[in-house]
Design a protein around this ligand. Structure first.
Ligand SMILES: [Mn+2]
Length: 385
């Protein structure tokens, strides 16, 4: 019982390394995607792979997934092998386009398959039909780590294994995956060495005062993750990538100090929005969902806000940021509620949607927002009625 296509993906990547093909790594900009990209980068580099670009989409401005803007920029590298991690499974149109531009496409994703698969050459996703691997809840970085094991085999030294599994542990925790089976193995193995990591980005964190205040490794790690989650993009690279892939402890300390300041500001901003939302939903207690947003709802705060509110209200919670033409949203729900299924039911009003039952996202045009909301309210009323 192996992860479907893991062997094929490994063989294809090794072939690309051997032939000196151009390789593009494309990761989601969250910590799961970033850790996946670094694991793959270090794995392929150790074999001499020709990685020409590591790309992260700008979720806030260009949306989630493989974007049109990315293809526009990346096409200068064609032909190349494009390995996408933590996204792609719902990018039907963009992957078709990527193929047309001359890319071979490998997807390593753990998101729910939306009815059919995109036209990628090789897809690793435990949630696809025909995958017999018993554990379905690996994060993308967990899958990428399994892929790294498959690629390197006994060429993976124990030092390298440690430094890669640390990243897989960080990404798995950050993505809030269930603490079971493979995920537990990865988290336990990764945590063992974390405090004595050789990785400058990790070392820098365990050296800062703010982290020393926390009593144990788990709470330290949670704090580290919330700081790494601060949005700070430079030349297209999220701070988390610059920190975790850096080999200079000095550089890392500089970025980390700045992130700490931003993190504090964000926290204040989030608390303001939380107070606003709590107040605004007071007279909507009988609605089946929470659906709130506005122009001042910073995209990066949406997931955190939705997660807090959905726990407080015990309802599916949709938070959105109003942008020029569309709204981009983040969704959290208590267990037993499937927000992906709900959005599928209301998909005529969306531009895109996707994710996990309890944590998902969407984009909707302004003119459809109210209809989308009503449709969801009706859906959950029926489900829970
Ligand atoms: Mn993920």
């Amino acid at each position: 019982m192996a992860l479907k296509n893991l062997d094929k993906a490994a063989a294809r990547l090794k072939e690309a390394v051997k032939k000196g093909e151009r390789i593009i790594l494309y990761g989601d900009a969250d910590l799961d995607g970033v850790c996946s990209a670094i694991i793959m980068q270090e794995t392929l580099k150790s074999l001499g792979g020709n990685i020409v670009r590591v790309y992260f989409p700008d979720r806030e401005n260009d949306g989630y997934g493989i974007t049109q803007k990315a293809l526009e920029e990346l096409k200068t590298f064609s032909p190349a092998l494009l390995c996408a991690m933590d996204l792609g499974i719902s990018n039907f149109k963009e992957i078709k386009e990527a193929k047309k531009l001359g890319f071979d496409v490998i997807l390593v994703d753990h998101h729910v398959v939306l009815g059919k698969l995109p036209d990628a050459d090789i897809i690793v996703d435990p949630k696809q039909d025909g995958d017999t691997y018993p554990f379905k809840e690996l994060a993308a970085c967990g899958l990428t780590f399994r892929l790294a094991e498959e690629i390197l085999g006994n060429k993976m030294s124990s030092a390298m294994r440690k430094s890669l599994v640390e990243l897989a542990a960080i990404g798995t925790i950050a993505d809030m995956m269930v603490r079971e089976q493979d995920n537990n193995e990865i988290i336990e193995e990764g945590m063992e060495t974390l405090e004595n990591s050789w990785r400058p980005g990790v070392r820098a964190f365990f050296g800062i005062q703010e982290l020393k205040k926390f009593p144990n490794i788990e709470s330290k790690l949670q704090k580290m993750i919330s700081i790494l989650n601060v949005r700070d993009v430079e030349d297209g690279y999220p701070a988390s990538f610059r920190i975790l892939s850096s080999d200079s402890e000095r550089e890392v300390t500089l970025i980390t100090e700045r992130l700490l300041e931003v993190h504090e500001l964000r926290r204040q901003q989030r608390d303001r929005l939380l107070a606003k939302v709590r107040n605004d939903i007071l007279e909507k207690k009988d609605e089946s969902i929470v659906f709130e947003g506005g122009e001042d709802f910073d995209y990066i705060l949406l997931g955190g806000l939705a997660s807090i509110i959905s726990q407080e209200e015990k309802k599916p919670t949709f938070m959105y940021r109003k942008m020029k033409e569309e709204c981009i949203g983040s969704v959290r729900a208590p267990s037993g509620q499937d927000t992906v299924e709900a959005m599928k039911h209301c998909k005529e009003y969306t531009i895109t949607y996707g994710g996990h039952p309890q944590a998902s996202g969407f984009r909707v045009e302004h003119k459809n927002l109210e209809k989308f909301k009503s449709c969801l309210i009706e859906y959950f009323k029926e489900q829970n009625g």
